[in-house]
Design a protein around this ligand. Structure first.
Ligand code: AMP
Ligand code: MG
Length: 431
C-alpha cells in the first residue's frame, strides 16, 4: 500500500501546514476505494443502494411493436390513397392478447393501448379521430395522421443485449421499475459502507446529562449522523471520548475493527494534537494538516489499524474533523463527502455551482478558500442573489440551519463588494 507520505510527495507544493483544498481532496481521493463485498438483493431492498455491475437487458422492452393509443390499427400504406379512408373493422386486439389472423388491405382491427400490432399493421388512428358508420366500418381523413403514427416499437425502451443501467448507479424508484420491466427480481449491489464516528472533548456532555459550567452538549455526533445517513451509510455511533490517550486509543482501535471508515471530531488542532500524533503514528499512517480553508482548517487524514500497531488487525480510513460545529460540517461536505461516495462504489455526484450576485460585502483575503453560509434567492429576471446568514463564526451552527447554500470564495479571491459575482453551492442535493 502506498504510504501517505509517498502520495503527498506527488502533490506539487505539499505543505501540511497550508494545504490548498484541492490538494487535500486529491490526496484523499487516492485512498477512497470502493467496498469490495457484493450482495444480491431483492428489488425493493435495493432502493438507494449502489449497483455493483452493469445490468444488461435480457430482452427487448417492449417485446413487440404495440399500440400507443386506444383506436384502430391498419396498414399505413392505405394513407397514400388520400381523401377519406374507410376501413372495415375485422377484429379486436386487447392489451396482452394478440390478434393472430391476417389483416387485409381495407381492413383494420380495434386495438387497446399496449396491444400487439399484427404484422400487417404499422399505424394506429386514435378512436377520437374516427367516425363510425352505420355498417360498423370507420372513416377518417388520410391527412389526419402519418404512416407509423401511434406505434411503439419493440425495444424502444430497452434493447436486448444493451446495458440498461451502469455499475455505480444509486438505484432510484424509476430504476426499480425499469429492472422489473426486464423481469429481474434481484440485483447485485455493494455492501453498505460502514462508518464509525465519535466526538472527543472533556467538555462534551451527551443528551440527558446535566450541563456543568464550561460544558457543552455534543452536537457533532448528531450532525455527523445526519450527514452520513444522507449518503445511505451504515453508522456506528461510538459516543463521546474524553481527552485521554488511553480512551482515544481504545476508541480508535475499536472503530477500526468494526468499520470501513472512522470519523472523529475535535482534538486535531495544533494545541490538541501532541499525544494524538504519537498515537496515530503507532496505530496508523495519519497526516495532520492545516488546510487553507475557513472554516475547517485543522484536519487529520490517513489509515488506522485495530491491532496494537500499524498493519495489525482490520484497517479503516480515518478522518479527524475539526471540533467546531460548523467546521465539522464544512470539512465533511468539502473534503470527506466525495471520498465517502467513492467508497460506497457510487459514481461521483458533484454538486453544481451557481453564479450569484452578492447582497453583502464580504471581507476575504487571498490564500485560503472560504465557505460562508448564505441565503440565495432567484430574482424575477432569472439571476441569483445571495445574502449571508449573519455571524459566520465556526461555532455558530445556526448559520448552517438558516442557510440554503455555501458561498464559496476561492483560494485566490480577495474582498467581495456588493453586486460582485460569487459562486454558491446549493444545499439541495448536498445536504
Ligand atoms: P477542538 O477542535 O477539540 O479544539 O474543539 C473546538 C471547539 O469545538 C471547542 O469550543 C469545542 O468545545 C467545540 N466542540 C468540539 N467538539 C464538539 C462537539 N462534538 N459538539 C459541540 N461542540 C464541540
Ligand atoms: Mg477538543
Amino acid at each position: 500500500m502506498t504510504s501517505l507520505q509517498t502520495i503527498a510527495s506527488c502533490i506539487a507544493d505539499y505543505d501540511p501546514n497550508a494545504l490548498p483544498v484541492n490538494a487535500a481532496r486529491a490526496i484523499v481521493s487516492q485512498w477512497a476505494t470502493p467496498v469490495a463485498t457484493i450482495e444480491r438483493l431483492a428489488l425493493r431492498d435495493a432502493l438507494d443502494r449502489v449497483l455493483a455491475d452493469d445490468v444488461v437487458s435480457p430482452l427487448d422492452v417492449p417485446a413487440h411493436d404495440n399500440s400507443a393509443m386506444d383506436g384502430y390499427a391498419f396498414d399505413g400504406a392505405t394513407l397514400e390513397r388520400g381523401g377519406t379512408i374507410r376501413l372495415r373493422v375485422a377484429g379486436t386486439a386487447l392489451a396482452g392478447r394478440a390478434y393472430d389472423a391476417r389483416v387485409r388491405s381495407g381492413d383494420c382491427i380495434r386495438v387497446m393501448t399496449g396491444a400487439i400490432l399484427p404484422a400487417d399493421c404499422d399505424t394506429v388512428i386514435p378512436q377520437e379521430q374516427v367516425a363510425i358508420n352505420g355498417d360498423g366500418s370507420i372513416q377518417f381523413l388520410a391527412a389526419a395522421l402519418a404512416r407509423g403514427a401511434n406505434r411503439r416499437r419493440a425495444g424502444e425502451d430497452l434493447r436486448s443485449g444493451h446495458a440498461a443501467l451502469l455499475a455505480g448507479r444509486v438505484l432510484r424508484a424509476s430504476d426499480l421499475g425499469l429492472l422489473a420491466s426486464l423481469g429481474l427480481g434481484e440485483v447485485p449491489v455493494r455492501r453498505r459502507l460502514r462508518a464509525a464516528f465519535f466526538s472527543t472533548g472533556d467538555e462534551l456532555r451527551s443528551l440527558g446529562q446535566p450541563l456543568a459550567p464550561g460544558c457543552v452538549y455534543d452536537s457533532n455526533r448528531y450532525t455527523l449522523y445526519g450527514m452520513l445517513r444522507r449518503l445511505n451509510v451504515e453508522v456506528i455511533d461510538l459516543g463521546v471520548v474524553p481527552d485521554d490517550r488511553h480512551a482515544l486509543e481504545a476508541a480508535l482501535r475499536n472503530a477500526a475493527a468494526s468499520a470501513d471508515v472512522v470519523l472523529s471530531s475535535g482534538g486535531v488542532s495544533v494545541g490538541d494534537a501532541d499525544y494524538t500524533r504519537e498515537l496515530m503514528g503507532r496505530l496508523g499512517d495519519v497526516a495532520f494538516w492545516s488546510i487553507a480553508m475557513r472554516p475547517g482548517r485543522p484536519f487529520a487524514f490517513g489509515r488506522i489499524w485495530s491491532g496494537k500497531r500499524v498493519g495489525e488487525g482490520h484497517d479503516a480510513l480515518y478522518f479527524g474533523l475539526p471540533g467546531n460545529p460548523v467546521a465539522t460540517m464544512v470539512a465533511f461536505y468539502q473534503i470527506v463527502r466525495d471520498a465517502l461516495i467513492s467508497m460506497t462504489g457510487a459514481l461521483p455526484r458533484p454538486v453544481p455551482l451557481i453564479a450569484a450576485s452578492a447582497l453583502d460585502p464580504i471581507s476575504k483575503r487571498p490564500g485560503r478558500t472560504e465557505y460562508q453560509r448564505g441565503i440565495a434567492r432567484r430574482r424575477d429576471d432569472g439571476r441569483w442573489e445571495v445574502a449571508l446568514t449573519g455571524a459566520q463564526g465556526s461555532g455558530i451552527l445556526r448559520s448552517m440551519s438558516d442557510a440554503n447554500c455555501f458561498v464559496i470564495l476561492d483560494h485566490q479571491r480577495g474582498p467581495v463588494a456588493v453586486g460582485d459575482t460569487v459562486d454558491i453551492m446549493p444545499f439541495d442535493g448536498l445536504i
